[in-house]
Every structure is written in C-alpha cells, then in structure tokens.
Design a protein around this ligand. Structure first.
Ligand code: ADP
Ligand code: MG
Length: 225
C-alpha cells in the first residue's frame, strides 16, 4: 500500500514544555489509524504536525514524498484545503447557516454552483444519516447530529486524509460510537485515510492500526482484529 504521510522523529516544544520528544508514524492510502494515549501526551500536537498546521522543531513530515517543511506557506495551505479534511471536538459549524449550507460551504468556496454544491452536500449528509435535518441549524439539533454534519462537511471535498481530533469528546459514549462508526464507514466508502485521536478503545479496535503516544513518544500497537 502507498504511504501517503510519513512522520519521522518529530520533536516539538512549547517554551519549556516538550509536547513531542520522538514521534514517528505513517499513514497509508485509505487506512484508518487510531491515535490513543493519556491526556497531555502529545496527540493533538502530533496531529497538527502531520497536517502541516504546526512546524516541528526537528524531524520530518512528508506527504507523498514531499517534505512539508520544504513547502511555502501557500503550498501548505493549498495542501490542507485540497487533500486534507478536519473534524474537531466542537465549534466548527457556522451557527447562522443551515446544516446543508454548512456542508455545501467548502464546495461553494471551491467554486461550485449553489445547486450543484447543495446536491452534492446532500449525498454526504445522507451517508452520515443527517439528511433529514438538512434544513436545521446547529443550535437546533443534538451534539451527535452536529458532529455527523461536521464529518459530512469534512468529507465533501473528498480529502485524501481526514484528521479527527477527539471528534466525539463532547458526546456520551453511545452517540460517540455512532458518530465514529459512521465516520469510519464513510471514509471506507470514499477511500479517505483517517487519523483519529480518540479515547474510545472500542472504536480504536475498528481501526487498521493503533498508535499510542506516551510522554511525547509514539509506540505502534499490533491490532488483534
Ligand atoms: P494531548 O492532545 O495528548 O492531550 P497535546 O498535544 O495537546 O496533548 O499537549 C501535549 C503537551 O504540550 C501538554 O503538556 C500541553 O499542555 C502542551 N501544549 C500543547 N499545545 C500547547 C501550546 N500551544 N502552548 C503551550 N503548551 C502546549
Ligand atoms: Mg488533544
């Protein structure tokens, strides 16, 4: 399988805090990778380095063989826009827009006509089982529904890699599992690789691979599945 994203020997400090000491991992095309570890171990920092949002102090991150640190800021932004998708814990949807308009937004920003963008957005919403609330706004639905819409929006631009940082952290475990189950299913259908930071071991068990981060260091774990 093709290695899409490779991080080698990443270190990153914030002032006196060493968030990452020695982190290495790879993501292959279409692969679902779960990143686990205690709070404060460096998971979010690792995800941000992988996605080119944070610049490591040392070590390298390469996407399709090209080092992110060798790219210009505008090349890195273009990469994030075109090849990467993001889902965060909360607060990522525009409260004034309907769910449908939220999912259509990145397509509209990419130059798609409104009718086409909304038609395409609806396909993603149906896939995440939120088609029936397309006309509602974020304040009018549950947190789990909102996160499913956020996943639909992140996938609508057909990213090669979907980064999700504890996307269910604000949900109860039943709703959280449901969101992640739908996220994994949609990613499998579209061929997007997923880098998921999660505290749910039962969900992580459905990933192809699990990376554990402890005190800024990564450990690969063989999955029994
Ligand atoms: P995790 O996502 O596993 O909880 P983080 O990667 O967010 O861990 O953080 C790792 C360590 O780096 C923690 O000690 C955290 O307080 C620190 N840290 C993360 N981001 C920043 C920042 N922007 N400024 C200062 N310290 C930070
Ligand atoms: Mg975090």
């Amino acid at each position: 399988m093709t290695e899409l994203l490779v991080a080698k020997g990443i270190a990153k400090a914030f002032g006196p805090t060493a968030a990452l000491v020695d982190a290495s991992m790879s993501v292959r095309a279409g692969e679902l990778v779960a990143v686990m570890g205690p709070s404060g171990s460096g998971k979010s920092t690792l995800l941000h380095c992988l996605a080119g949002i944070l610049k490591p102090d040392s070590g390298t991150v390469s996407y399709r063989g090209a080092e992110l640190s060798a790219m210009s800021d505008s090349e890195r932004s273009a990469l994030r826009r075109n090849d990467f998708g993001f889902v965060f814990q909360f607060g990522q949807l525009v409260p004034e827009l309907t769910f449908l308009e939220n999912v259509a937004l990145p397509l509209r920003l990419g130059g798609m006509r409104r009718a086409d963008a909304e038609r395409s957005a609806m396909v993603w919403m149906d896939l995440l089982e939120v088609g029936d609330i397309a006309a509602k706004r974020p304040g009018e639905a549950s947190g789990g529904q909102g996160q499913r819409v956020a996943v639909a929006r992140a996938l609508a631009t057909k990213p090669k890699v979907l980064f999700a940082d504890e996307p269910t952290g604000a949900l109860d475990s039943l709703n959280g599992e449901r969101v992640l189950h739908l996220l994994f299913g949609a990613a499998r259908q579209t061929g997007a690789a997923v880098v998921l930071v999660t505290h749910e071991p039962r969900v992580a068990a459905h990933a192809d691979r699990e990376i554990v981060v402890r005190d800024g260091r990564t450990q690969d774990v063989e999955l029994v599945a």
